[in-house]
Design a protein around this ligand. Sequence first.
Ligand SMILES: NC(=O)c1ccc[n+]([C@@H]2O[C@H](COP(=O)([O-])OP(=O)(O)OC[C@H]3O[C@@H](n4cnc5c(N)ncnc54)[C@H](O)[C@@H]3O)[C@@H](O)[C@H]2O)c1
Ligand SMILES: [Zn+2]
Ligand SMILES: [Zn+2]
Length: 370
Amino acid sequence: MKTKAAALTGPDRDWEILEFDLDDPQPGEVLVRMKVAGLCHSDKHMKYSAAVYPFVGGHEGAGIVEAVGEGVTRLAVGDHVACSWIPSCGVCRFCSTGQSNLCDLGANMVTGELANGGYRFHLDGEGIGAMAATGTFSQFSVLDQRSLVRVDSSIPLEWVSLVTCSVATGWGSVINSGNVRAGDTVAVYGCGGIGANAVNAAVNANADIVAVVDPVELKRTYAKQLGADFVFASAEEAHAELIDRTLGVGVDVTVVAAGVVTSDIVRAAFDVTRKGGTIVLTGVADDITEDTIVLSGSMLTLFHKRIIGSLYGGCNPVADIPKLLRLAQHGKLKLDDLVTRRYALGDVNQGFADMLNGHNIRGLIIHEDL
Ligand SMILES: NC(=O)c1ccc[n+]([C@@H]2O[C@H](COP(=O)([O-])OP(=O)(O)OC[C@H]3O[C@@H](n4cnc5c(N)ncnc54)[C@H](O)[C@@H]3O)[C@@H](O)[C@H]2O)c1
Ligand SMILES: [Zn+2]
Ligand SMILES: [Zn+2]
């Protein structure tokens, strides 16, 4: 079949809407009609970090099962699904110990190859990779059944899409990676799709102080709306105030969720974190090989701090996607407010421009009904 998708044809190029040939699902694979796709900063990073071009974008998304390949047991035609950008095989060392965010099948993020091997998108006969082997910027995509989580069909697909990356990653950065407890103090650097959900989590966890650093006023206003206690336009302002508010101690947990992480942002988070505290590094740089941690290791030791990387917020998608949706259904997570603007697939470049200009908390592509 044919499908239109937003793809990158080379480094630092705009997104282009191209028509691809899409293979039938192979054994264990599923054809999904995409309904909603989120514009996550990680897709923008693929302008510089994809292993191959052309590259179909999109890893946050939700859709409906259109067809299943041989041997598919997890899903049936008509099921509503969340697309998980890291698969859960259920049996690897990591999945079987509650760390599905590290599933052995998740090594395909920047090549976009399916777990069975090879590609289902083709252009002029050549196999084409899709972001995290999900490719939610395509009207249709073929995914491994292990990259899909069935959800209740009464839940809005926009919510389902949001929880597949921004909510899970932001929430998990605080709850799982930061291990934030009631009464803790938390500072979040960057309040986009990921950071906003870190704030949501810290507020839900009853943190004593929830602080946000973001240079964009709209983000700071939104952070306040979510329940942040203090917002700052710069790390310098935050440092002075937070050291003062914590009586010279520093905050318990910092989460770095800026769109493009630099060593300066990491240093600021490190400096405001108390002795024995935790710096959670969730955001990444445009060039994923860049050194974004440039710090005194001696200070790390002498102040007994911990810097930890957080992939997918340490979530287990099969358990956590439904859990986060339940929190939304119960009004604990305000997902509707996260969506600032909705775009047709053809307006994907405008969507990313709005993200970079600070106009969106989260922008969504709404795929047309075909
Ligand atoms: N670790 C993971 O599993 C994972 C998953 C998804 C996304 N990410 C990464 O997380 C980061 C955030 O993604 P997003 O989709 O929320 O991006 P976004 O563009 O929606 O939000 C980023 C925010 O950072 C703010 N910002 C910019 N410069 C800043 C600074 N100097 N200090 C503080 N804030 C600053 C921006 O104003 C914006 O509000 C990206 O690097 C993305 O690739 C990581
Ligand atoms: Zn696994
Ligand atoms: Zn993402």
